[in-house]
Design a protein around this ligand. Structure first.
Ligand code: THU
Length: 133
């Protein structure tokens, strides 16, 4: 599994999106150490504040499928937009606890533009469980 294939999986995952309010379909795909790819997408609600982003749905789906944070190798994220769909602040916070900090996070669009980063880069100085001690 290479990065292009993971980006393709995140593009395909956009078909899972339920986004009748924004019409902004975001797909995500997480590659696991055993080669499995878990796909997810954004799910919206008429009570707008309840909308859930693709990244969080996908990381939750991965955990609920029985995998652990340490099993995750890379995450790709895709939208059909000119600009890249950078993860929102809430997703960055959730990923900082539930996705490996230095694993590749590949943000891409359907036009072939992409950026590879990591959660550590996306959310420096993250609040985490150590801050609660
Ligand atoms: N959205 C995501 O799923 N991920 C992002 O990185 C940015 C935003 C979703 C939330 C909402 O359903 C729609 O895109 C418009 O904000």
């Amino acid at each position: 599994m290479n990065k292009e294939e993971l980006m393709k999986a995140s593009d395909e995952a956009r078909a899972l999106s339920y986004s009748p309010y924004s019409n902004f379909k975001v797909g995500a795909a997480i590659l696991l150490k055993d080669g499995t790819i878990i796909k997810g997408a954004n799910i919206e609600n008429s009570s707008y504040g309840l909308c859930m982003c693709a990244e969080r749905n996908t990381v939750y789906r991965t955990l609920l499928s029985g995998y652990k944070v340490e099993d995750m190798l890379a995450l790709a994220l895709c939208a059909d937009a000119d600009e890249l769909p950078y993860p929102c602040g809430a997703c960055r916070q959730v990923l900082s606890e539930l996705f490996p900090l230095d694993a590749p996070v590949i943000v891409c669009n359907t036009k072939g533009k992409f950026l590879e980063t990591s959660v550590r880069e996306l959310l420096p100085y993250a609040f985490g469980k150590d801050n609660l001690k």
